[in-house]
Design a binder for this molecule. Structure first.
Ligand code: FAD
Length: 408
């Protein structure tokens, strides 16, 4: 493994640094230093600025409004944005740009690309993800939401749950059953569905930490055009799975930067509270340091893999397990460092609902307790730790497969 970047990539880095120096105030401390309303407004304006400078869709082909940067240039871009403490996308763009946009580029027809991609880029269409159901999470293929053909449309009936950012979204991508007689992985279809219609009801779910961006979504005769099927009818499982592996290269680059900034903040807090003399705390901090640095090298390995093969292999599961379990453990350590102070919430909770708070975030009890809640959620969404271990055991180590659950 050679962790050095090419001269061309380093020249590109200088270009991005110059852009950041031009656009950010000299006393910029990172978006985490702003109060939440200002951080949200900054993100909205920053997204438009990235778009104006061709930096919002670095991976998309030029004909669809992207910049067609190389993989390495994309990685350098997200590295520099993360180091500067500015977002690489808007608040809903994990679902809009990365997932809906990425799936269109991979599976969309020319008509679908021409229609949807410009509206995703402009922010007119905002998306959420309609996979999980009350009885289908880890065993996603057991889902029951059904879609029936009616002329030029499909009629969708059923319910989804845990839709992050579901209330801001005006489109949802939905995995639904179109052939109930087929084996469970074979009768599913992937749809784009407009949410602004009478058959769609969104109900909020408040998370334990108070964050309001979780939802359940009911489909009661909701309609979508047959032109909004992505991929082939009854082949939705393949489409849905390809989405789960989209664009992990930039995550491998940003995770170590964000988690390292959070780790440094933890060490500062332990020093301020006089906890660095406690040998057990010191030992746990040393362990966290080793894990966060190992994450950086795994990131390099993923980048090397992605850059050379164009797709990510078992590293996706290794990485998800590593960063999410690290984050769960390091946030528990932070609560132990705080001690009884953790019971009195002072300061502001994290701006980000998942993973580490943004660079520049203040050190406070509310910030660390919020990070602890994020740490628990991190080991669940995008495939739980147990499911990642199953994947590694069965598909990488070749251990015997566990018995399949019976069809619902
Ligand atoms: C913060 C957050 C955001 C989310 N956002 C979205 C979203 O936007 N859209 C969306 O569709 N979904 C979303 N989800 C849902 C998420 O994908 C599911 O919660 C997850 O897949 C687990 O499913 P479940 O909650 O039904 O748990 P279950 O599948 O019921 O699992 C319960 C427990 O059993 C374990 N388990 C289950 N099966 C096995 C097995 N075969 N072997 C070993 N252990 C097993 C699990 O690991 C878990 O510990 C989100 C979840 C969270 C926490």
């Amino acid at each position: 493994m050679d962790p050095r970047y090419s001269e061309q990539a380093e020249a590109f880095r200088e270009r991005i640094k110059a852009f950041l120096a031009d656009e950010l105030p000299t006393d910029w401390a990172g978006i985490g230093a702003l109060p939440k309303p200002e951080a949200l407004e900054f993100t909205r304006q920053w997204r438009a600025k990235l778009n104006d400078h061709g930096l919002l869709a670095p991976a998309w082909p030029v004909e669809y409004g992207g910049s067609g940067f190389t993989k390495l240039e994309q990685v350098v871009l997200v590295e520099e944005l993360a180091k500067a403490g500015v977002p690489a996308m808007g608040a809903s763009d994990t679902f809009s740009m990365k997932m809906a946009g990425g799936i269109l580029l991979r599976w969309g027809t020319e008509r679908q690309k021409q229609h949807f991609l410009p509206k995703i880029l402009s922010g007119e269409y905002l998306w959420c993800q309609g996979y999980s159901e009350p009885d289908s999470g880890s065993d996603l293929a057991s889902l029951r939401t059904k879609a029936e053909r009616d002329g030029d449309e499909y009629v969708i009936t059923g319910s989804k749950i845990w839709q992050t950012r579901g209330r801001e979204a005006n489109w949802i991508f939905v995995l639904a059953r179109t052939d109930p007689s087929a084996p469970k992985h074979k009768g599913l279809t992937f749809f784009f569905v407009p949410m602004d219609q009478p058959g769609v009801t969104v109900r909020p779910i408040r998370m334990i930490g108070g964050a309001p961006d979780f939802n359940e979504i009911y489909f009661d005769g909701a309609r979508t055009s047959a032109d909004n099927v992505i991929g082939e009818v009854n082949e939705g499982w393949t489409v849905a799975n390809s989405l789960l592996g989209l664009e992990r290269g930039d995550e491998a680059a940003t995770n170590p930067i964000q988690f390292r900034a959070e780790f440094d903040r933890l060490v500062d807090m332990a020093r301020e509270l006089g906890r660095l003399d406690d040998p057990v705390i010191r030992d746990r901090i040393a362990d966290a340091y080793i894990r966060v640095e190992t994450m950086r090298y795994l990131g390099y390995r993923i980048l090397t893999g992605v850059l050379s093969t164009g797709s990510i292999g078992p590293e996706a599961s290794i990485s998800k397990l590593q960063w999410s379990e690290y984050h769960r453990d390091v946030t528990r350590l932070a609560i132990d460092v705080l001690g009884p102070d953790a019971m009195v919430l002072e300061g502001r909770p994290p701006i980000r609902g998942y993973r580490a708070d943004d660079p520049g975030a203040p050190n406070s009890s509310a910030s660390w307790v919020g990070a602890l809640y994020n740490g628990v959620a991190d080991t669940i969404y995008a495939g739980t730790s147990q499911i990642q271990r199953n994947i590694l055991g069965e598909r990488v180590l070749g251990l015997p497969r566990e018995p399949l659950s019976p069809r619902p």
